[in-house]
Design a binder for this molecule. Structure first.
Ligand SMILES: *Cc1c(COP(=O)(O)O)cnc(C)c1O
Length: 393
């Protein structure tokens, strides 16, 4: 979309950004161009498209919408969140030093420490980004990239985005924020100085648990050569989202703002209920950035709009009771993933974070009695009644 988008509110942009009625037919919804190849008008002459890996009109529409929503200069749509992350890492030269937050999505941890350390010689240090002094000690003049999530997964730690940006700029490193848990409705890292935002669009952006996708969005302040390089790498590696999924994601984005409002509201109500009944329901540890006792609460208030809809809690009675609680729930499906309209519950130590070595898990607090909830957009009272029943049995 040309000149207007950023003056409009996000509720409007999720519906209109990057999209106009189809000039050929007037269709109000973007056509799905499934063609793999496009007829050329002559040598060096085409209508902007040649081959769908290097460019596809449906994907271009989605990417324009996503760039607008994150407030960036460009966005790229990938088949999964991990392929988006892997392509960002292709920006690094072999042997580069990367510093990553110690609590990241298990798959990102695996990609960094079990794949790219070997295949690209990346040297990765994991450190607690919430500990600014420790971060300062770990980031050197050699460091090329700082990688973090906030809220993090599954411990919902809050990283001070402005502080990380400051350190990265002092040392000349790029910053990557995985904004999956917040979506651009709740948190806007590019507008806070982050260079690159990535998403598993599989989660809140799509929101219906029926598609895998990933996104990379680049800040307006990254140089032209970096933006060109990312497009070059996406085409070179071949990690592109297919046109049907692009159209599905465009459709899902239209309700992102209303979905996020309800997610945020439901999670706040559930966290408040669990907090009030901690002792009675046998909750040993309750983690939600919206609670005043969360160590990152003040920072979250500053840098987020709403606190997202992820809640983690550890139950008394160890793994056996954690399993029992998860199985006793009716409305919360026992499944990995998050950000869908339906509520989910999972056990990080045996599911999403199994790949993290036991010693590291224990150090972090990903204990055997920890459960992570993704609060959906069902009726909050129904969800609370379900939790009450499962936890008081
Ligand atoms: C799911 C997830 C990913 C990986 O995305 P996929 O779409 O599963 O490849 C990365 N980061 C976070 C925070 C996630 O939750």
């Amino acid at each position: 979309m040309s000149s207007r988008p950023n003056q409009l509110a996000i509720e409007t942009r999720v519906i209109h950004a990057g999209q106009q009625p189809d000039p050929l037919t007037g269709a109000v919804v973007q056509p799905i161009y499934t063609a793999s190849t496009f007829v050329q008008d002559g040598i060096g002459k085409n209508k902007g498209y040649m081959y769908s890996r290097s460019g596809n009109p449906t994907r271009a529409t989605l990417e324009a919408c996503l760039a607008d929503l994150e407030g960036g200069r460009a966005a790229y749509a990938f088949p999964t969140g991990l392929s988006a992350a892997a392509t960002i890492l292709e920006l690094m030269d072999a042997g580069a030093h990367i510093v990553a937050h110690h609590d990241v999505y298990g798959g990102i941890y695996r990609l960094l420490s079990k794949v790219r350390n070997r295949s690209a010689g990346l040297k990765v240090d994991f450190v607690n980004f919430a500990d600014v002094a420790a971060l300062r000690r770990t980031v050197t003049a050699e460091t090329r990239l700082l990688w973090f999530e906030t809220p993090s997964n599954p411990l919902l730690e809050i990283v001070d985005i402005a502080e990380v940006v400051k350190i990265a700029r002092e040392r000349g490193a790029l910053t990557v924020c995985d904004n999956t848990f917040s979506s651009p409705c709740c948190q806007r890292p590019l507008e806070m100085g982050v260079d690159i935002v990535m998403h598993s669009a599989t989660k809140f952006l799509n929101g219906h648990s029926d598609l895998l996708a990933g996104v990379v969005a680049l800040s307006n302040s990254v140089p032209d050569d970096l933006a060109e390089q990312l497009g070059f790498l996406q085409n070179s590696v071949g990690a592109v989202l297919d046109p049907v999924s692009c159209a599905t994601l465009l459709r899902s984005l239209k309700t992102l703002a209303v979905r996020m409002d309800r997610h945020v509201e439901n999670a706040a109500r559930i966290a408040e209920f669990l907090d009030r009944n901690r002792a009675r329901l046998g909750i040993e540890r309750l983690i939600f950035p919206g609670l005043p006792d969360h160590p990152g609460h003040e920072i979250a208030r500053r840098q987020m709009k709403g606190f997202g809809s992820m809640i983690s809690f550890a139950v008394s009675g160890g793994q056996a009771r954690a399993n029992q609680v998860a199985q006793n729930l009716d409305l919360f499906a026992y499944a990995v993933s998050l950000g869908g309209v339906e509520s989910l519950i999972q056990h990080p130590a045996s599911m999403t974070h199994k790949v993290v070595p036991l010693e590291q898990r224990e150090k972090l607090g990903i204990t055997d009695n920890l459960l992570r909830v993704s609060v959906g957009i069902e009726n909050a009272a129904d969800l609370i009644a379900d939790l009450e029943r499962a936890l008081s049995r």
